[in-house]
Design a binder for this molecule. Structure first.
Ligand code: M6R
Length: 606
């Protein structure tokens, strides 16, 4: 979590630093700040609030300097206060740092520094580090030596960037279990917790690995190993993301913009070369056991895939939430763990992948962010190519992941003899029509969904229900609703309802049903039974159903009718429209849609 930025240039960096943390704000938005080195020393301005708010309150644009660091925070240690915002200054004010992660032994270090007369201004773990650097500098009179000496004393996870009044020619940084990337410019260099920190300025980057530090000047950079202090040769990553996709354009929020990006995102997922899918399929075929792992939305995408693998290739690959994976899955050598992660930095997913690797498992991942930790950790990675997803709430990236998993299940089904070549061809053709289909549906249904959201936005309790693959669609849609509207939305299998939750049913409790096309006879019948159970007890029924489904239409209090679509694509269509419904409900409730309270885009802490 938290966004880190650093820039060193021959020209003033103020404006670019402000823009950089504004572009990183989705990583955390409790508070933010900047530190610049100018002729008078290091100046820090910081406060609580979002970047634009702090920018105008603290007059960030009036700061001067041609090297500086900046941060946007998602609080872990220490409350959301101006003092706890980063950057943190050392006692003398000659050093400033920004830090992501958690320094686990900070309490002990803090007590010892207090014993030596250091006065702490914040209650963060981070402030300890900058004072350790200063303490070491007093002995060594060498900034790099002091930085490395201080590093020896800390434990935990961190990416840190250091600015020193004693060295106007360099920025210093280090990475351990928290992402850090160097952006390479012309006569200037950048540091960021992800590539959005500098995407507007350069497409060339070098990704730091754990245990590496870098000294970065305007015209060069040097990366070395913290332990051995030996320089390391690193390859340069060419970033092929389009900066246009980071702009909101005519849309009022990134969430709705990214929902309308979905036809393009689907196209990109369909354009991922088949060889990459085939390689993953072979891994599934060769593994004695295989597991699908993700967390939050990506867990629900894995659950959808669980149904796809089961129905299309007759294979059962359990989906497990990454935060629970380690505690429940007895991974052994040669098992396959497939992780799904938009950011490629999620702590729970990374941690479980690492421990599976230690036990000898093969690993693969579907990831969106280039150069991210998970993309570099696994034996085989499929880059989903969805472009930057800025809204904290995942929409287009989730769809792309689901489509890539569908392609994998189709090929596995064919190879395992569950699908003949003509059925496979039909499905592939159906998939080819999908981008256009979504585009049409988003345009046609947006008005209906907006009206429905207006009608129902005062509802406090939602139950989202579906059968078969529509069950994870319901779960994912409930999560979407919760995170963006702050309303209570509980997802469950429709058949589960009668085992307890039915007691809640009354008119004020709204149930949203994800109804399969009637041609999906068994699932449709099971869904209708649950609808009848609620109807009989006076609950309010809302549903997404397909045209021609007069049975569903006659029972629903509020219905959104969808045109006939191939059975294979129907759950994906409903998932997308539920994203839109959550968006319009949040809009009506005037929520902070792109940055819902208490959340952050990439959750890099455990
Ligand atoms: O970056 P990841 O895909 O690994 O993130 C996993 C979850 O934190 C993420 O999907 C979260 O649930 C989103 N806010 C959902 O919209």
């Amino acid at each position: 979590m938290c966004g880190i930025s650093g820039i060193i240039d021959h020209h003033p960096v103020t404006r670019n630093l402000v823009t950089s943390i504004a572009n990183l704000e989705y990583r955390g938005y409790d508070s933010c700040g900047m530190a610049l080195l100018n002729g008078k020393g290091i100046e820090v301005r910081k406060n609580t609030g979002g970047v634009q708010e702090v920018r105008s309150r603290e007059k960030l644009d009036n700061m001067t300097g041609n090297l500086g660091i900046a941060h946007t925070r998602w609080a872990t240690h220490g409350g959301v206060t101006p003092e706890n915002a980063h950057p943190h200054l050392s006692q003398s004010g000659d050093f400033a740092i920004v830090h992501n992660g958690i320094i686990s032994n900070y309490q002990k270090l803090r007590e010892s520094l207090i014993g030596e007369g250091i006065e702490f201004r914040s209650t963060t773990d981070s402030e300890v580090f900058v004072n350790l650097v200063e303490e070491a500098y007093e002995q060594k009179k060498d900034v790099l030596g002091a930085f490395l000496e201080a590093l020896k004393q800390i434990q935990g996870t961190y990416s840190i960037v250091l600015l020193s009044a004693h060295d106007p020619e360099n920025l210093y940084c280090v990475k351990q279990d928290s992402p850090l990337i160097i952006g390479l410019g012309e006569g200037c260099n950048y540091i960021g917790s992800d590539i959005n920190a500098f995407l507007e300025h350069t497409r060339k980057a070098v990704v730091l690995d754990d245990g590496e530090f870098a000294v970065i000047s305007r015209d060069s950079y040097e990366i070395s190993d913290v332990g051995k202090r030996e320089e390391r040769e690193k390859s340069i990553l060419q970033i092929d993301w389009d900066t246009e996709t980071t702009k909101k354009g005519v849309f009022s929020h990134y969430m709705i913009k990214e929902i309308f990006d979905e036809p393009q995102t689907a196209r990109q997922a369909l354009d991922v070369p088949q060889e990459q899918i085939s390689q993953l399929v072979e891994m599934f075929q060769n593994a004695p056991r295989a597991y699908l792992m993700g967390v939050g939305t990506t867990f629900f995408i894995c659950q959808m895939a669980q149904y796809l693998f089961s129905s299309l290739s007759q294979r059962y690959f359990p989906a497990i939430s990454a935060d629970e994976f380690n505690g429940v899955v007895p991974v052994v050598s040669d098992d396959l763990v497939l992780a799904v992660s938009q950011s490629g930095e999620t702590f729970d997913t990374k941690f479980s992948l690492n421990s599976a690797r230690e036990k000898g498992a093969r690993t693969a991942a579907i990831v969106n962010v280039m150069g991210s930790s998970i993309s570099r950790l696994v034996d085989h990675v499929i880059m989903q190519g969805s472009g930057p997803e800025i809204c904290v709430v995942s929409t287009k990236a989730a769809l792309a992941q689901a489509l890539l998993l569908l392609r994998t299940a189709l090929e596995l089904g064919f190879r395992e003899g569950c699908l003949d070549s003509s059925t496979l061809r039909d499905h592939v053709q159906e998939l080819e029509t999908f981008p256009e289909l979504i585009s049409k549906l988003l345009n046609e249904k947006s008005g209906f969904l907006r009206n429905l959201a207006r009608t129902t936005s005062s509802v406090q309790n939602w139950i989202f229900l579906g059968c078969g693959i529509y069950f994870p669609v319901a779960m994912e849609s409930a999560l979407k609703m919760k995170e963006v509207t702050y309303l209570h939305a509980e997802g469950m299998p429709a058949g589960f309802l009668k085992h307890g939750t039915l007691s809640m049913i009354e008119a004020s409790v709204h149930s949203l049903f994800f109804i399969p096309p009637p041609a999906d006879v068994e699932l449709h019948n099971r869904t209708m039974i649950a609808i009848e159970e609620i109807k009989t007890r006076g609950g309010t029924l809302v549903g997404l159903h397909f045209e021609g489904d007069s049975q569903a239409a006659s029972l629903l209090d509020h219905a959104v009718a969808l045109p006939e679509v191939p059975l294979l694509l129907a759950p994906f269509v409903e998932m997308i429209l539920a994203q839109m419904f959550a968006y319009y409900t949040a809009l009506d409730l005037k929520r902070n849609i792109d940055k819902p309270r208490n959340l952050a885009k990439s959750v890099t802490v455990g």
